[in-house]
Design a protein around this ligand. Structure first.
Ligand code: BTN
Length: 270
């Protein structure tokens, strides 16, 4: 890890969040392998404090389904926002957490929906069939000294701020400066963190219910023919109360709950 070059509002973000998460800290680094990997390593070593780790560059960024996550090249200052939020959490039921996180991020980036920022199950943030945000959620062993149901949760978020080449990406990229030319990674982070923490704590208290209609309002798959990586194909009927994707197939309604499955509108490569 080396020192950061940008101003990341660490103290202001920490002060805003600390009333909700006592002891909350913000750390910014210039470079790291992966902010998720670092918080997972710390958790395995018993460090389970609430923390936000932001990096200007990642050398081994990770995405869902074991895929790499590529961010903007090093010379393009502030063109990607890369961070992970880590905290102990003990919801009664974990299912649907990734949807709640997606809702929070999409609403922060496009509160009114004017820019058509949508959600592709379980938690990709899309604009006009292009990917603006990727979210990787992981949990580590039960947090020290906490009730058994508690685990250390790591929510990793990558947001394209500046223009990106599509080079080899499965889904072409969208970026925030397409409609918000002055957007900077530190400003976006500052806007996003408090609502994200509030959403995670609301999920811990009340599950997916407070988020279900908000997800539906931005669901880019509902009403479309979809194809899944497990060969399921059919009409997407939106998301069920447990956060499962509902697909009407020839054999009836199928509920997809595994985050290990990827889904596409028919016609887009898996
Ligand atoms: C995906 O869409 O596949 C999820 C991408 C998640 C990327 C972010 S960038 C910050 C954090 N650190 C990582 O290594 N991954 C997440």
């Amino acid at each position: 890890m080396s020192n950061t070059t940008a101003a990341w509002f660490e103290d202001r973000i920490a002060a805003a969040v600390a009333p909700l998460l006592p002891g909350f800290m913000v750390e910014a680094v210039a470079e790291i392998d992966s902010t998720n990997s670092e918080l997972m390593r710390r958790a395995r070593a018993g460090r389970v404090e609430p923390v936000l780790l932001v990096a200007e560059h990642q050398t081994a960024g990770r995405g869902r389904l074991g895929r790499p996550w590529q961010s903007a090249p090093r010379q393009e200052e502030s063109a990607s926002l890369l961070f992970s939020l880590g905290l102990p959490l003990a919801p009664a039921d974990w299912s649907g957490l990734s949807l709640a996180v997606g809702v929070s991020v999409a609403e922060s980036l496009d509160p009114s929906g004017a820019h058509k920022v949508g959600l592709k199950w379980p938690n990709d943030v899309w604009v006009n069939e292009c990917k603006l945000v990727g979210i990787l959620i992981e949990t580590a062993l039960p947090a020290n000294g906490r009730p058994d149901a508690s685990r250390y949760l790591v929510i990793g978020i990558g947001i394209n701020i500046g223009a990106r080449e599509a080079d080899g990406m499965r889904t072409p990229p969208a970026w925030l400066r397409q409609w918000h030319p002055e957007a900077s990674a530190p400003e976006v982070l500052r806007e996003l963190v408090l609502p994200l923490v509030e959403s995670v704590l609301a999920f811990e208290a009340g599950g997916l219910a407070p988020f279900a209609e908000r997800f539906a309002a931005r669901d880019v798959l509902r009403g479309r023919e979809v194809v899944l990586s497990d060969d399921t194909a059919g009409l997407c009927e939106g998301v069920a109360w447990g956060g499962e994707l509902q697909v009407r197939t020839d054999a009836g309604l199928k509920l997809i709950s595994s985050d290990e499955v990827s889904v596409r509108p028919r016609g887009m490569a898996l």
